[in-house]
Design a protein around this ligand. Structure first.
Ligand code: MG
Ligand code: MG
Length: 272
């Protein structure tokens, strides 16, 4: 059943989402050659607790860490370890936070030093597809409209859209109804209404959409070992339109990137 949120609940969700946004912003400066993903994980856990929140992933379904860190051919759900990041890697970092009973959950794929142009393009297209999907998340549209838009946009580039893992409703639980696939057919699936809150999160592969899982029971990799990217925002429907609860602006501030990609959507400044 879809859990509709009141405006007060949406404000609490924004607070949780922005803690994740700030955590990713803090990590943006730490992602560089020579760092281990376990070091990033510890930094994130401390940062989240310093903001009077709990790591959202730690212990959830028995996941062992604060971050999911998925370099290169890893799609999602990578477990932090002592492997060192190197120049030219990409790393998808997915982070959750729980505060006031509500979850934030969002993700960004970072470049480690200079990456190959074709990999840069994969990141650009995947991030753009996130906004293509968010534009369709409005009252009266349906789940399939978001999925279709993302799939169509990415497949035109020859990329593979992961099928087995999907976005989701978000709130007092990390995973609520409805499931939000990154593929689908226009006009199909559950209808969007005022007060819905979801995580939209394209997982896009440079090659085949097929995936495999490591024996650790978590890590998802591309079947052809080509790179994969993952970007995720938390979004609410307010006044019938998509409103971003999370923001990449802390990442952009940290990296000196100028972007107006979030300008077209409603946001609401909240000072933490
Ligand atoms: Mg996530
Ligand atoms: Mg998610």
């Amino acid at each position: 059943m879809i859990q509709i949120k009141t405006s007060e609940e949406i404000e609490l969700m924004r607070e949780s989402a922005l803690i994740v946004s700030k955590t990713l912003g803090m990590l943006a400066k730490e992602v560089k050659p020579g760092v281990t993903t376990l070091q990033l994980d510890k930094l994130a856990e401390t940062f989240i607790r310093d903001h009077q929140a709990e790591p959202g992933f730690l212990g959830l379904y028995d996941f062992p860490n604060t971050l999911c860190v998925s370099p290169n051919e890893q799609v999602v759900h990578g477990i932090p370890n002592n492997k060192i990041l190197k120049e030219g890697d990409i790393i998808s970092i997915d982070c959750g936070a729980l505060k006031n009973g509500f979850y934030g959950d969002h993700a960004y794929t970072f470049e480690v030093g200079e990456v190959m142009p074709e990999v840069k393009k994969l990141l650009e297209i995947t991030k753009a597809s996130l906004y293509v999907g968010i534009r369709e998340f409005k009252a009266g549209n349906r789940v399939g409209d978001v999925g279709f838009a993302i799939q169509n946009y990415c497949e035109k580039q020859g990329y593979g859209v992961v099928r087995e893992l999907v976005g989701h409703g978000l709130g007092r639980k990390m995973h609520e109804d409805p499931e939000m696939p990154n593929y689908g057919r226009r006009g199909q699936g559950k209808k969007f209404v005022e007060g819905m809150t979801v995580a939209i999160e394209p997982m896009i592969n440079m090659g085949t959409h097929r995936i495999r899982q490591l024996k650790d029971g978590w890590t998802i990799l591309t079947a052809d070992a080509k790179p994969s990217a993952h970007f995720e925002h938390d979004v609410a429907i307010v006044d019938g339109k998509p409103e971003l609860l999370s923001t990449f602006s802390y990442i952009y501030d940290a990296l000196g990137i100028v972007s107006d990609e979030e300008k077209e959507f409603r946001t609401h400044a909240l000072v933490l």
